[in-house]
Design a protein around this ligand. Structure first.
Ligand code: GLC
Length: 545
């Protein structure tokens, strides 16, 4: 079977313990001075990523897009949006990254396309029942005149998940489904065109040297026959927007059984591209259900959203770690860990309890916890700097459709997407060149430069310096190659303390008092150096013989 080629120890199993850095392209580095990050900017910063010590980067969508949802509304999967560069720049980046020893993962968005996509434009011009409409989910409306949505489904961005179109003769016509913005019509995965098209898209990028794919809304592609009502507005789609994470048995548009068949077909690509890795954005409450996506003939990994949601609390984190290991090992999958992404409040703010400094210190300790665990890990750009969420922003500059569609009731996700500070000074802290023609697409707050890459590189105790050290130790120390984890009972309920291989130990202190390291322990990396103790909100990696 194909997946045996990726058995532990094979040269193609790079993803098993990889540290993957998420590049949110719009906000990473702007080379052409238009205020928006681009491919040339990423290329210019590859030495930074190499020196940081990551194994791979995941780049958010860079395809042609009207940018209603920051690129998650894709108009053409086989072309790069001119904001970011062109195809030649993309292949140049892939080659340059490989030359630096860095793999490249791109986003694939199979649940929906942009309303500007040629398929949707053709569907709008075509009549009800046509093959063009069959690629999407068009239905007649409910009610006597068909002027009510076909069912009660809600958009993850607020409002009904249905929009009515005008037919060619100008009359009010059918409705189409969009689980996100109206400009993101859902595809119908029962249509063979859709299946063939996405296999073609994956091959297109694999032929250009891509090492893997992050699958957007991986649990959402298949909808129940007959599109039955849910019975209430369900909000649980984006990881930090779960108002009340109700579990709905047999949910009509999340986590349908048939979605697994799609990933089995995709996984077969590793016959010809044995290095490929698929990571799913699977947003489901139930670990056992999530684990079904990473069975041996499906995806290689799935984001660990319960870990993202866990509070700074030893018991809660301990439980999530145990649940993850239990459920993922039951299907022989690697465990993966993640603390942030472009959809969730920055970890330094989630863990702050209102104190910015404590938030930064805990975020660093949380990264040492995450990077000390067995399996793969994701670092969201800027989290290695301990950047906080930016709440204060003039409403006129906010761009997230969640903010716009909720009428401002939900500030949305712009606050974790602020352009990266590279230098301590300068108008844009080095994000754009000094002769830039436009300001950064989201404004950087005052004081942003104090947390910059340049400032932190010069500081031996900064989050960046310590993260870099940790990645070096993780990569070179035999103890981290081991897949085992055994808890150490040190008598405290406020610590997370475990052993890995080769005498390596990880001790995180979530309590209020300093905790001593075990006798004979030799420190490998510490989030704060205080001799032989781990301070409150601190974490240490040690080695003992
Ligand atoms: C995923 C993306 C998010 C996007 C949504 C719709 O959750 O991470 O940014 O808005 O899908 O594509």
């Amino acid at each position: 079977m194909a997946h045996e080629r990726n058995a532990p120890g094979s040269p193609d199993d790079w993803w098993r313990r990889a540290v993957i850095y998420q590049v949110y392209i719009r906000s990473f580095a702007d080379a052409d001075g238009d205020g928006i990050g681009d491919i040339a900017g990423i290329r210019s910063r590859l030495p930074y990523l190499r020196d940081l010590g990551v194994d791979a980067i995941w780049i958010n969508p860079w395809y042609r897009s009207p940018m209603v949802d920051a690129g998650y509304d894709v108009a053409d999967f086989r072309d790069i949006d001119p904001l970011f560069g062109d195809l030649e720049a993309a292949t140049g980046l892939i080659d340059d990254a490989h030359a630096c020893g860095i793999r490249v993962i791109v986003d694939v968005v199979p649940n929906h396309v942009s309303d500007r996509h040629v398929w949707f434009q053709a569907a709008l011009r075509s009549s009800p029942g046509s093959p063009e409409r069959a690629r999407f989910i068009f239905r007649d409306g409910a009610g006597p005149n068909g002027d009510e949505p076909p069912n009660d489904w809600q958009s993850a961005f607020g409002g009904p998940a249905w929009t009515r179109v005008s037919e060619a003769d100008g009359s009010s016509g059918q409705w189409y489904l969009h689980l996100f913005a109206p400009q993101q019509p859902d595809l119908d995965w029962n249509c063979p065109d859709v299946d063939a098209e996405f296999l073609g898209i994956l091959e297109f990028w694999l032929a250009r040297g891509i090492d893997g794919f992050r699958i957007d809304v991986a649990h959402g592609l298949v909808k129940a026959d007959g599109l039955p009502d849910i019975g209430y507005a369900y909000l649980g789609v984006l990881p930090n927007r779960v108002a009340e994470p109700h579990h709905v048995e047999d949910h009509p548009h999340w986590d349908r059984e048939e979605v697994h068949d799609i990933y089995r077909r995709w996984r077969r690509l590793d016959d010809r591209y044995p290095h490929v890795t698929f990571v799913g954005e699977v947003v489901i409450e139930d670990f056992a259900r999530t684990a079904r996506y990473v069975r041996p003939d499906e995806l290689h990994s799935a984001f660990n959203f319960p870990f993202v949601r866990a509070p700074w609390d030893a018991g809660a984190l301990h439980d999530v770690i145990d649940d993850t290991i239990r459920e993922f090992s039951a299907v022989d999958a690697i465990t993966t860990w993640v603390l942030g992404n472009h959809d969730v409040t920055r970890v330094a703010t989630r863990y702050a309890d209102g104190d910015v400094e404590i938030g930064r210190v805990r975020a660093l300790a949380a990264h040492l916890l995450m990077l000390g665990l067995p399996g793969g890990a994701y670092i969201y750009q800027g989290d290695e700097l301990g950047l906080p969420e930016v709440w204060e922003m003039d409403p006129s500059v906010r761009q997230d459709p969640i903010f716009l569609r909720s009428g401002g009731a939900d500030v949305g996700r712009d606050g974790c997407r602020i352009p990266i500070p590279w230098t301590g000074g300068g108008a844009t802290c080095g994000f754009s060149p000094s002769d830039a023609t436009a300001a950064p697409w989201l404004p950087q707050p005052d004081g942003w430069g104090a947390m910059s890459v340049a400032t932190q590189t010069a500081d031996p105790h900064s989050p960046l310096t310590i993260t870099r050290e940790a990645l070096h130790v993780r990569r070179t120390h035999q103890g981290f190659a081991d897949t085992s984890l055994s808890w150490v009972d040190d008598g405290s309920v406020d610590t997370l303390h475990f052993r890995r291989g080769a005498g390596v130990g990880v001790l995180v202190n979530l309590g209020k008092d300093p905790v001593p390291l075990p006798d004979g322990a030799h420190v490998l990396v510490c989030s704060a150096s205080t001799g032989h103790t781990v301070p409150p909100n601190g974490a240490c990696w040690y080695e003992s013989v």
